[in-house]
Design a protein around this ligand. Structure first.
Ligand code: PNS
Length: 160
């Protein structure tokens, strides 16, 4: 059985992430979406909230699990018997950062491969950060994230 892990901070999940989940779930027997801390980012949502948002959206898939990842990604992948890490790649600007992480993960655990999936063309501009930025300035985000997520983002920005 081929298992892949799709890690990220997903703060919050966007239609771009969901597109990668859908396409990866069609390739692998099992896909584990691992919601993780990115030490370089200050999140808007708790890990638990982010997990719940994604769980709600993947209810229709029987081979997708969503979990919280607290620790090293490659150790987590090994424990879950996953041999592949999936990362979404939008533009050249993503490459340097992703390349560094993929090389480090390979150094720590040579048996696990990182595969890059190009995000759908219609999502190449989309990121969680840009969604939060648009919402902060009162822009519409309902075509960028699921309805529940959009409501939660707007609530958060209005609290500030
Ligand atoms: O969506 P992001 O913020 O680009 O995802 C980055 C993430 C969460 C995949 C990365 O920070 C990560 O792998 N965190 C887990 C801890 C870890 O293994 N760090 C070493 C990576 S080389």
């Amino acid at each position: 059985m081929r298992t892949a892990v799709y890690p990220g901070s997903f703060d919050p999940v966007t239609y771009g992430h969901l597109d990668v989940i859908k396409r990866s779930a069609a390739i692998f027997d099992k896909l584990i979406v691992a919601v993780s801390i990115n030490a370089q980012k200050k999140p808007m949502f708790t890990l638990e909230e982010r997990v719940e948002f994604i769980k709600e959206e993947v209810k229709g898939y029987n081979n997708v699990e969503v979990h919280l990842l607290d620790g090293l990604l490659v150790e987590y992948a090994k424990k879950g018997n996953a041999s592949v890490i999936i990362k979404g790649l939008r533009a050249v600007s993503d490459f340097e950062y992703e390349f560094q992480m993929a090389q480090m993960n390979k150094k720590i655990c040579p048996d696990i491969e990182t595969l890059f999936m190009m995000t759908g063309q219609e999502y190449s501009y989309l990121s969680s950060s840009i969604v939060k930025e648009v919402a902060r300035f009162g822009g519409k985000i309902d075509s960028l994230v699921p309805e529940r997520v959009a409501k939660a983002v707007i609530e958060k920005v209005n609290l500030k």
